[in-house]
Structures are given as structure tokens and as C-alpha cells.
Ligand binder design. Structure first.
Ligand code: SF4
Ligand code: SF4
Ligand code: F3S
Length: 425
């Protein structure tokens, strides 16, 4: 089995195919601290791509309430349990081995690709096919902060009449919203699993697609994508998944006159939690150093945005700013050992970081480069004993050709409604 380098794990790992990288990679950053779970992204996606017969249960974009929600239900609990069972007590990170090549330390456990060998299973990755019932409730457990009513049945399954009850939100403990689309992984579990080789990763932007003419509905992709993002369509008997709205990424939407555009789910985000872009991959397969690119800046430079379940090993290209009020151990299981560093910076952002965070959801066009112009100091305070100074800087975003596409200030404009029109601007 070939060995490939997974930068999120800080080490080589086994994968069915040789290491190969696209010229650019589709990436996105979701700031979980800002999400209000309005589901506008979910509906923008649904009304664009999955509104037809046979697609009723397909939510390529979903927002689930953690820790109890999940679509399909319990997807991450199940994969984590399988990983644990294949390597009991050993799936740990070694942060003492942090280096330039291993920016979050080294994962010393097994990935979904390495687990089968440990337990004598003859397949590319561990996984399971969710039941119809598990797919049925895309927003099960919404706003549920209390887990007392969740029980496991004797058969070891969850759901239905077997004891799962949702309770009204009590806000006694904690919850947060996790936004999910296909991660267009560097080492996709879906692609590794497909016996028809019907799944491919595009050279130009790393978007992972299912070739509808090759797919014969084997569902191995459904089984071995740990994030459960390929979905089987009963009417056509083949599988479908998020296509990263590739016509928009290619700049084919007439709205922007050729400018490359963010996906529908990103562009619709009311909470301004989403920023999507493309990063350049160098000839050595690593991300080309480019801190002027907002994605590179947040993910690699400042390490504020972290991968979702990096221990799965697919090198997902969706990144998250973890929620600051969630127990750290939970977040670390979900986003890896970089959580403390990320939250420390996010809580007391410096001028550059605060500036880039202002760019989220300000334009539908992809921002390839950002710049900050200094403004006057407008506020200062102490946050957890650290001095925080806010400046009204101007942040400018540029398209691929270097043309300015967005200009915002840190201080948001303030509008006073005229007295004679109290209900209107
Ligand atoms: Fe494939 Fe799943 Fe990764 Fe998407 S998230 S590329 S479906 S393995
Ligand atoms: Fe749907 Fe496009 Fe978002 Fe994928 S990127 S979930 S296809 S809207
Ligand atoms: Fe392959 Fe998945 Fe189709 S495994 S054949 S892409 S259902």
C-alpha cells in the first residue's frame, strides 16, 4: 500500500493510491462561534441541487447541533467508536513532536485507512452504511443541551422507539452548531472505496466528484466516507454528493462577469460565518506559502481554523474556528490538539486577525488576497487579563487578477432611522 504525507497528522500514512495533488485546492473556513443555525445555507443548497424526486432525504449541506445532533444520526460517534475499537486506547496525539512539517503535532493513532489492517478487515477503510432511519431526521436534536434522555438500546443502535427522546432546550450544559458539507478531502475515503473508480478529484481545484455515468450504486463510498457525505438516490440507484457548486467556482455564473464565485451555501450565510476560497499547491505537494490568501492565513499561518476530525486521515479541506464555550476535551476530540491555540487567538484577536475575520460573507466573489489599511484606535479593554485594542482598520479583498472586490471597516456602519419613518430606512 502506498505511503502518503498527511500534513494534518504530521506524518506519513497508508492510502490506496500514490500521493497526487491538484494545482489548487478548494477550502473553506466555518466560524462555529458565529452560527445561528438559521439553516439558510441548508435551504440555499437544497433549492439549488437536491429538490428532485429521489433526493428528498439528501442534505449535502446540513447544520447539526452538537453534541447530540447529527446527520445521519450518530455518524461521528459511530466512526470514533470503530476507530477506538480497532486500536483501543492508542489513538492519541503527540504534541511534543510539533514542527514545521507537523504544525499540530503528530497523530500516533490509526486512521480509517489504517484501521482495517489492525483488525484483519479486507477493505480500504473502516465504515458503515447508515440505516434509513438514521438519514431521516436531518436536524434531530436541534438546540438540545441536555443528554439525560438519550439512551442506547440493547441492540447497540440508537433511534426510533428504542429510547431516544429529544427534550426541550434547557441550556443547562452547552451545545454548538456544526455546519457540514463534503470536505473535498485530499485523501478521500469515498474515492478510495469505490470499486468502479467512479469518484475523482479534479486537477484544477481539488473538488471531489462522482462520475454519474460510471457509478453503479455499490454504496462503498457511502460506507467509507467517514463524514457520510455521499448519498444514495433510490430513484436512479446511484450515488450523489456535494459538487462544491463547481460552475460558480469556475466563474461561469453570469452574475460576476467571469469572477470566480463562492458556493451557494457559503454565499447565502446570514450569520457571516463562512469564507471559502482556493489555495495554491506547490510542486512538492504542500500548500504554497501565501499568507495574503485569507484561507492560508487562517489555516496555516495563524492556525485559527482547524480540520474536522483530522484523525480520520482523509485530510479534509473544511476548517473550523472552534466554539469558545465548549469543553476543551470535546473540541480537541473533534478538531485536534490545536484548539487551545486557536481559541486563545480568537478571544483576543490582533489587528490582522480581526481584519480577516471581517471579510467573512462580505462578497460572493472568491477573495484570493487581502490587505489591511490602518485606522484610528476606537476601543480598548481587558479580556481574561489580556489587553485588547480595537482599531478601525480597513480591510480590502482582491480577486484572482488583483482587482479590488470588497472593502470593509472593522467598525460596522451605524444607521439611524429618520424620525418620520421609524420603521424604514
Ligand atoms: Fe469523499 Fe466524504 Fe471526503 Fe467528501 S467528505 S471527499 S464524500 S470522503
Ligand atoms: Fe450544496 Fe454547493 Fe454547498 Fe456543496 S457547496 S453543499 S453543492 S451549495
Ligand atoms: Fe462507486 Fe459509490 Fe457509485 S462506491 S459505484 S460511486 S455508489
Amino acid at each position: 500500500m502506498p505511503e502518503v504525507y498527511n500534513w494534518q497528522l504530521g506524518r506519513m500514512m497508508t492510502y490506496i493510491y500514490e500521493e497526487k495533488h491538484p494545482k489548487e485546492q478548494f477550502t473553506f473556513v466555518f466560524n462555529t462561534n458565529r452560527c445561528i443555525a438559521c439553516q439558510t445555507c441548508t435551504m440555499a443548497h437544497k433549492s439549488t441541487w437536491t429538490f428532485s424526486k429521489g433526493q428528498e432525504y439528501m442534505w449535502w449541506n446540513n447544520v447539526e447541533t452538537k453534541p447530540y445532533g447529527g446527520y445521519p444520526q450518530f455518524w461521528d460517534w459511530k466512526i470514533l467508536k470503530m476507530l477506538e475499537q480497532s486500536n483501543p486506547g492508542q489513538n492519541v496525539w503527540n504534541v511534543r513532536k510539533t514542527s514545521n512539517k507537523a504544525i499540530h503535532g503528530v497523530y500516533e493513532g490509526v486512521t480509517i485507512f489504517e484501521a482495517p489492517a489492525k483488525i484483519g478487515l479486507n477493505q480500504q477503510a473502516i465504515g458503515y452504511v447508515p440505516t434509513d432511519e438514521e438519514w431521516r431526521f436531518p436536524n434531530f436534536g436541534e438546540d438540545t443541551a441536555h443528554g439525560r434522555e438519550f439512551t442506547q438500546s440493547r441492540e447497540g443502535t440508537f433511534g426510533g422507539d428504542n429510547g431516544v427522546k429529544s427534550v426541550l432546550p434547557e441550556h443547562k450544559i452547552w451545545f454548538f452548531y456544526l455546519q457540514r458539507i463534503c470536505n473535498h478531502c485530499t485523501y478521500p475515503g469515498c474515492l478510495a472505496a469505490c470499486p468502479r473508480k467512479a469518484i475523482y478529484k479534479r486537477q484544477e481545484d481539488g473538488i471531489v466528484l462522482i462520475d454519474q455515468s460510471r457509478c453503479r450504486g455499490y454504496k462503498k463510498c457511502v460506507e467509507q466516507c467517514p463524514y457520510k457525505k455521499p448519498m444514495f438516490r433510490g430513484t436512479t440507484r446511484i450515488s450523489e454528493k456535494c459538487i462544491a457548486c463547481y460552475p460558480r467556482i469556475e466563474g461561469l455564473d453570469p452574475l460576476t462577469e467571469g469572477d470566480q464565485m463562492e458556493t451557494r451555501c457559503m454565499a447565502a450565510c446570514v450569520g457571516k460565518i463562512r469564507l471559502q476560497g482556493l489555495v495554491k499547491i506547490g510542486s512538492n505537494g504542500e500548500w504554497a506559502h501565501d499568507p495574503d490568501n485569507p484561507q492560508y492565513y487562517l489555516i496555516k499561518d495563524r492556525k485559527v481554523a482547524l480540520p474536522l476530525y483530522p484523525q480520520f486521515g482523509t485530510e479534509p479541506n473544511g476548517y473550523y474556528v472552534p466554539s469558545r464555550h465548549v469543553p476543551r476535551s470535546y473540541s480537541q476530540q473533534m478538531f485536534g490538539p490545536g484548539v487551545d491555540h486557536s481559541i486563545d487567538q480568537y478571544m483576543v484577536p490582533d489587528r490582522d486577525l480581526l481584519g480577516v475575520l471581517q471579510l467573512f460573507r462580505t462578497t460572493q466573489r472568491i477573495i484570493f488576497k487581502w490587505k489591511r489599511e490602518p485606522g484610528p484606535k476606537i476601543f480598548e479593554t481587558n479580556i481574561h487579563g489580556k489587553k485588547f485594542e480595537m482599531y478601525n482598520d480597513t480591510i480590502i479583498g482582491f480577486n484572482r487578477k488583483g482587482k479590488e472586490i470588497i472593502r470593509v471597516t472593522v467598525e460596522e456602519p451605524f444607521y439611524v432611522r429618520p424620525e418620520e419613518h421609524p420603521g424604514a430606512f
